[in-house]
Design a protein around this ligand. Structure first.
Ligand code: ADP
Ligand code: MG
Length: 357
C-alpha cells in the first residue's frame, strides 16, 4: 500500500523517516536524534550558552492555504535563528517539536523538513531532536541552542543616552508582504516546491516570500558582536517601534527616531502605497522583518570608521537614545512630531477584527 499520510506510518515511523533523511553527524553532537536525550558538546570554557524557543500555531501565526510547507519550514528555524542573532550568538543545535493533524500528508511533512534542513545547512545548524503529537492544528515549537565568544553577547539592556540607534536593513517588507498576501491571496504556482517564486508578479512574490520565509540576520548579528561597540540589540519581530520600546524598557532610556531615515526597500517604495494608506506605519509598526535594531555610542562608530572598518559597518542610523525613560519621539524630516496609527503587535491584544499571520 502506498503511504500518503502520517497515519500510515505512525509516530515512530515518522521519527525514523526524519532521522534517516535529515540527521547529520558532527563532532559537536555525540548523539542527536534517536536516544532519550541528545548529547551535545559544550562550548569552550567561558563561552556562554544561548537558548531560545518559539512557537508557531496554524491560524494564529500562519494559515496553511497562504504559505507552502517548504517556506513554513524555513520560517520555523528562521525565527529562532533571529533570536540567537539578536544576542550576537552562533547557532548550533535545533530541536523541533510538532503537533500534527492526522490527515496531514507525508508530502507536506517532507517538504516542511526540506525547508528546515535547507536553512539548517546554510547556517551549519544540527537538528538533534524534537517531539511529535497529534493536534487539531499544525503546531510548531522550535528550540535553538547556540553560544557566543566571551564578552560578545549583546543584551536589550545597556543602551545609554547619546547612543545612536541603528537598523541593519530595510523594514516594512514583511508587513507589506502580509498585506499583499491578504489582498491577493496565494496561487498554486506562485512558489515551487523549493520556495522559489515561479509565478508572475515576481516583485510582489518577493515581498510575500519575505513575510513567509524571512532571512535571519545571523551574519549581521555576529559582525555587530565582533565589532564590540553595540550597547543593546534586539531583532525586529514585533515591529520597529515595539522592539525599540523593549530596548528602552530594559535600558531605562527613551529614544528619538527620524522617520525619514528608516531604510525601506525599492520594492516597498514602489508598492506600499498601493496596498496601505499609510506606508510609513507599515515600516514603523509592522513586525517580522527580522532585521536587527541596535544602539552604539557615536564615538565607537567614529573609531570603526577611523580604523578603516567602515565597510564592515553597513548599518543605517535612524535616531538617538535619550535620557527620557519610556518616551519614544518620532520626528519627521522637517522636525515635526509624527504620530503613527498603530504600535506593533501584541498577541493578547490583537487589533479589533484583525488576525496575525
Ligand atoms: P521519548 O518518548 O523518550 O520522548 P521519542 O520517541 O519522542 O522519545 O523520541 C525519540 C527520539 O526521536 C529522540 O531523540 C527525539 O529527540 C527524536 N524526535 C522525536 N520527534 C522528533 C522530531 N519531530 N524531529 C526530530 N527528532 C525527533
Ligand atoms: Mg517524546
Amino acid at each position: 500500500v502506498k503511504k500518503n499520510t502520517i497515519k500510515d506510518i505512525g509516530e515512530f515511523g515518522l521519527i525514523a523517516r526524519i532521522r534517516r533523511r535529515y540527521a547529520r553527524s558532527s563532532d559537536l553532537a555525540l548523539c542527536g536524534i534517536g536516544d532519550d536525550a541528545a548529547s551535545l558538546r559544550s562550548p569552550p570554557r567561558g563561552h556562554p550558552t544561548l537558548v531560545t524557543t518559539d512557537i508557531l500555531v496554524e491560524d494564529v501565526h500562519f494559515t496553511r492555504s497562504h504559505t507552502t510547507p517548504y517556506l513554513l519550514g524555513i520560517k520555523s528555524l528562521a525565527v529562532n535563528l533571529s533570536d540567537i542573532a539578536a544576542m550576537g550568538g552562533i547557532p548550533r543545535f535545533f530541536l523541533l517539536s510538532l503537533g500534527v493533524p492526522q490527515e496531514l500528508s507525508l508530502a507536506f511533512i517532507d517538504r516542511f523538513y526540506d525547508g528546515v534542513a535547507k536553512l539548517a545547512e546554510t547556517y551549519d545548524v544540527l537538528l538533534v531532536g524534537g517531539d511529535l503529537t497529534a493536534a487539531p492544528s499544525f503546531t510548531i515549537n522550535g528550540v535553538l541552542i547556540g553560544d557566543c565568544p566571551p564578552n560578545q553577547v549583546v543584551y536589550r539592556k545597556g543602551a545609554q543616552p547619546g547612543d545612536t540607534v541603528f537598523v541593519t536593513g530595510p523594514v516594512g517588507d514583511s508587513a507589506l508582504g502580509l498585506e499583499i498576501l491578504r489582498q491577493r491571496g496565494l496561487k498554486p504556482r506562485d512558489f515551487n516546491a523549493y520556495g522559489e517564486a515561479t509565478g508572475r508578479d515576481k516583485e510582489l512574490l518577493r515581498l510575500i516570500r519575505h513575510h513567509l520565509a524571512p532571512e535571519p540576520p545571523v551574519l549581521k548579528g555576529r559582525k555587530i558582536a565582533e565589532l564590540r561597540c553595540a550597547t543593546a540589540m534586539i531583532d525586529i519581530s514585533d515591529g520597529l517601534m515595539a522592539d525599540l520600546g523593549h530596548i528602552m524598557e530594559e535600558s531605562h532610556v527613551g529614544a528619538s527616531v527620524r522617520v525619514d531615515q528608516i531604510p525601506r526597500s525599492e520594492a516597498f517604495q514602489k508598492w506600499a502605497s498601493l496596498y496601505h494608506p499609510q506606508p510609513l506605519d507599515l515600516a514603523l509598526g509592522g513586525g517580522e522583518d527580522y532585521q536587527l535594531l541596535f544602539t552604539a555610542p557615536g564615538k565607537a562608530l567614529q573609531q570603526a570608521i577611523a580604523d578603516g572598518r567602515e565597510s564592515d559597518f553597513p548599518f543605517f542610523p535612524i535616531g538617538k537614545i535619550t535620557p527620557h525613560s519610556g518616551k519614544l519621539s518620532l520626528i519627521t524630516e522637517d522636525d515635526r512630531p509624527y504620530s503613527p496609527s498603530c504600535h506593533g503587535y501584541d498577541h493578547f491584544r490583537p487589533p479589533a477584527g484583525g488576525f496575525h499571520a
